[in-house]
Ligand binder design. Sequence first.
Ligand code: GDP
Ligand code: IMO
Ligand code: MG
Length: 426
Amino acid sequence: MPATVVVGTQWGDEGKGKLTDLLAKEMSVVVRYQGGHNAGHTIVVDGETFALQLVPSGVLYPHITPVIGNGVVVDPGVLLAEIDTLEAKGVDCSRLKVSGNAHLIMPYHQELDRVTERHLGKNKLGTTKRGIGPSYADKATRVGIRVQDLLDPKIFREKLDVAIKEKNLVLAKVYNRLPLSADEIAARYLDEYAPRMAPMIDDTVGFVHEALAAGQHVLLEGAQATFLDLDHGTYPYVTSSNPVAGGACTGSGVGPLHINRVIGIAKAYVTRVGSGPFPTELTDDVGELLVERGHEFGTNTGRRRRPGWFDAVMVRHAVRLNSLSEIALTKLDVLDALESVKVCVAYEADGRRFEHLPYHQSTLHKVTPVYSEMPGWRTDLSGATHVADLPDAARRYVEFLADQVGVPVKLVGVGPGREQFVHFVA
Ligand code: GDP
Ligand code: IMO
Ligand code: MG
């Protein structure tokens, strides 16, 4: 059976958790394919909020096998704490599988993330300081330690001794920090984490392929989003992995021909956490209203998200990069209070008009958005369950977005609750 990808089309926090949970009903397996606990995916069920960091969003359904794929970076302490929190709320996590090829986040990764950000001063990236970048850097330079190494204490210790020698030199000589103890790290990872992690560690590529061969539906859940992608995002203000749909293949071990549906998830406006260019950013009262009504504060870090108008140039680019077959649009209800709404349909810079994302980053930093303004609907959408429940102006807004980005909008979110969405075809 085929696989479906859920990918963020903006700068994250579009509602991937809610959409994955919604689709999981029809799936058998949900695989997280990249990122780490920089993600915060929220699901609201019967008024109860679940904020997931590493555990895939299908976990709430007993029929789903949640899988942490090889493309993810795993802090085992965080994962085990998340499992404990979920279990305390009555969620059974015993089916969770973790790829042995996923890389570990080590204490020196977090420390390096913190000190490098501090060192960058006003040029800081605004990372989540979770050690994501340093862990992926070690993977690329081939000094990373993988989840499967937890099962072999001798290999784990050898790799740790090699890595920590260099990390401690950098921490001490470049950043004037105290060295970390390999003995303490080994004790924590091997004595505390490894015994609990061992039953979850598996050949997830083999497992997912057996599921596909048995006719089961597999959902590949992205974290972060297209414009935080290491290759395609607003570099260097990006994360250190590939959230784009191509990353779903490398991060799960599923080849492209297995994927027949790629759902891009977009907010009805845009938010961004951390530094970097943001053409449609709003620093006025309308922006404040979006932050307040949309509760735009980081799921994990609590940071205020920067708000802006929907940017069709970006999502048009996301359609290309991800082969999007459709869009799920979230948080339409947040715009309920506005007299009028704007959509960025193109950019202008240096006397030129750009319908597509300018290739050079310096251009993106200085573009002026070209807006189409439309009437608002001033109606509470939170109870809408059918397209017919949407006022004409809201329907026209969604139709306009679909037309602008070039793929259909099939779902529209009208509230955080699991059931608060409308099937839509525009
Ligand atoms: P993710 O990282 O993409 O999974 O998104 P987050 O969970 O970080 O942020 C999305 C936020 O919006 C969460 O608080 C969700 O509960 C909430 N949310 C999702 N869909 C909707 C919607 O359609 N309307 C409203 N008002 N909130 C939504
Ligand atoms: P979800 O999956 C929004 C941002 C950080 C920072 C940049 C790099 O919930 O959508 P990192 O710690 O990854 O090295 O930080 O990426 N960022 C996110 N922004 N949602 C996320 O995840 C994010 N994960 C990372 O704020 O700007
Ligand atoms: Mg989030």
